[in-house]
Design a protein around this ligand. Structure first.
Ligand code: BES
Ligand code: MN
Ligand code: ZN
Length: 497
């Protein structure tokens, strides 16, 4: 989608549709008021008749309104003016998109970002609108022989600004939103692709694609012999049962001086998780194609950061493998040696995410990173704890944890911190190796975090468990593109943007 900013009178603008808010109860927003005056009270007349009262979710599309230059006017219900929240605002943007997409409107002039939300400035409101409109245009059609709908897309949205200074900030914000939305869409596309297409080698090819698209991104892919050489016995134990070889994908973005230490993102890239010999039950197992959504968020964030040209260095490391049963597959009780030298008794082959991540984390040491954030669909227990709203966050550094929590709030892509500590870490004790790969039935998300923490002694580290937030199930089944907004916000904040 294309975005632009325009100043000037709403009634005088050429556009397929001019979009303005109406608040509960029958209160026109300032721009709706301006349109109403130009149209001789036509809009207020409609409200009086009861066609709309401004409740959230309502909309009224009016063609050829007298006195208005735009082809159409769309009134969008915003709820009570004083009570507008981020959620209500996104709903209004969604309502606008639903009303316009697939109709005759190719370009809309949108004034919804002029509405006040507590603690959110105009730049936030425009960034968020652009991000979500970009994401709303996404369809998964790669594997469909016919498109679901052939309706024309909403090509362009112009946001109304009141003056030139506002206009400059708005323009930057729209570009940021577009980059973040595009990053989310890349993450969603990779997530939605089935396991027979999106294999570890496929992810490696996609990384090379990013490297070709951006001169600022360079890519290196380690194959199994290279990982063997490094002693990544833990990561390699996961792909042992699969015909698809594992890959360690390293993407480096350079936006700052060569000697500036990078930020690191480490993604769990299990392209399909059957559970291995500790086989998962059948129902819903298809959703384990989404077990690479952590990796997908690394791809999406790197794309967004490269598009924005942030003045930082960033390294993305993706541990890609397929977890399958097979004649050579790892068995419960097998003991492996990780790259760190620590040995692991694999009591459950379905706790495979931490096994690939621990070696990727050790690999991250070589970059002397400012911080390392791993992103993983790691535990079903995280869904029980936090549901589908917030990511689980664990960290070995309170400062980093707070930066990420703040980024999540700022981007409205929120995380919630869970504790780590020796009381939980003890649950990983093994009689036969340095640690087991699972604890008991309790605190499953935290013991997974404790396991990873054992490989992060050399840097500031945080872990995002996105098991509940990376995709939706049911009729709306599909990858969400989260936490690309949180991660990009975190990096933008570090870059001083
Ligand atoms: N990928 C799963 C976690 C998962 C399950 C995410 C369902 C989203 C929905 C992970 O590899 C896994 O299987 N974890 C096990 C760990 C257990 C064996 C300690 C789990 O959560 O059951
Ligand atoms: Mn698993
Ligand atoms: Zn998994």
């Amino acid at each position: 989608m294309e975005f632009a900013i325009k100043t000037g009178k709403p009634e005088k603008q050429r556009a397929g549709c001019v979009v303005v808010g109406v608040f509960d109860k029958r209160r026109l927003s300032p721009q709706a008021e301006q349109l109403d005056q130009a149209a001789n009270g036509y809009l207020s007349e409609l409200l009086k008749q009861g066609d709309m009262d401004g409740r959230a979710g309502q909309q009224l599309l009016l063609p050829r309104v007298p006195g208005i230059t735009a082809d159409r006017v769309l009134l969008v219900g915003m709820g009570k003016e004083r009570e507008l929240t981020e959620r209500g605002y996104r709903q209004a943007i969604h309502t606008m998109h639903t009303a316009l997409a697939g109709g005759g409107t190719k370009d809309a002039l949108c004034y919804l970002p002029t509405a006040a939300i507590k603690g959110r400035d105009l730049a936030w409101r425009i960034r968020d609108a652009a991000q979500n409109l970009e994401a709303l245009e996404y369809r998964f059609e790669t594997c469909k022989s016919k498109k679901d709908d052939n309706r024309p897309p909403l090509k362009k949205v112009v946001f109304g600004a009141s003056d030139q200074t506002e206009s400059a900030a708005a323009k930057t914000a729209a570009a940021e939103g577009k980059a973040i939305g595009g990053g989310m869409n890349l993450a969603r596309e990779l997530g939605n692709l089935p396991g027979n297409i999106c294999t570890p080698s496929y992810l490696a090819e996609q990384a090379h694609g990013l490297g070709e698209r951006f001169t600022s991104v360079s890519v290196e892919v380690l194959d199994e012999p290279a990982m063997e050489e490094l002693g990544m016995g833990s990561l390699l134990s996961v792909s042992r049962g699969s015909r698809e070889p594992a890959r360690l994908i390293v993407m480096q973005y350079r936006g700052a001086a060569q000697d500036e230490k990078p930020y690191a993102l480490v993604g769990k890239g299990i392209t399909f998780d059957t559970g291995g010999i500790s086989l998962k039950p059948g129902p819903g197992m298809d959703e384990m194609k989404f077990d690479m959504c952590g990796a997908a968020s690394v791809f999406g964030t790197i794309q967004a950061v490269a598009e924005l040209g942030l003045p930082i260095n960033l390294v993305g490391i993706v541990a890609a493998a397929e977890n399958m049963p097979g004649g050579k597959a790892t068995k419960p009780g097998d003991i492996v040696t990780s790259m760190s030298g620590q040995t692991i008794e694999i009591l459950n082959t379905d706790a495979e995410g931490r096994l690939v991540l621990c070696d990727a984390l050790t690999y991250a040491e070589r970059f002397s990173p400012r911080s390392v954030v791993d992103i993983a669909t790691l535990t079903g227990a995280c869904i029980i704890a936090l549901g589908h709203e917030m990511h689980g966050l664990m960290s070995n550094n309170a400062g980093l944890a707070n930066e990420l929590l703040a980024a999540g709030k700022s981007a409205h892509d929120r995380a919630w911190e869970l504790p780590l500590g020796p009381e939980y870490d003890e649950l990983l004790k093994s009689n036969f190796a340095d640690m087991a790969n699972i604890g008991d039935r309790s605190a499953g998300t935290i013991t997974a975090g404790c396991f990873l923490a054992r490989f992060t002694g050399k840097f500031r580290w945080a872990h995002l468990d996105i098991a509940g937030t990376a995709w939706k199930s049911g009729a709306q089944k599909g990858a969400s593109g989260r936490p690309v907004p949180l991660l990009t916000r975190y990096l933008m904040d570090r870059a001083g943007k």
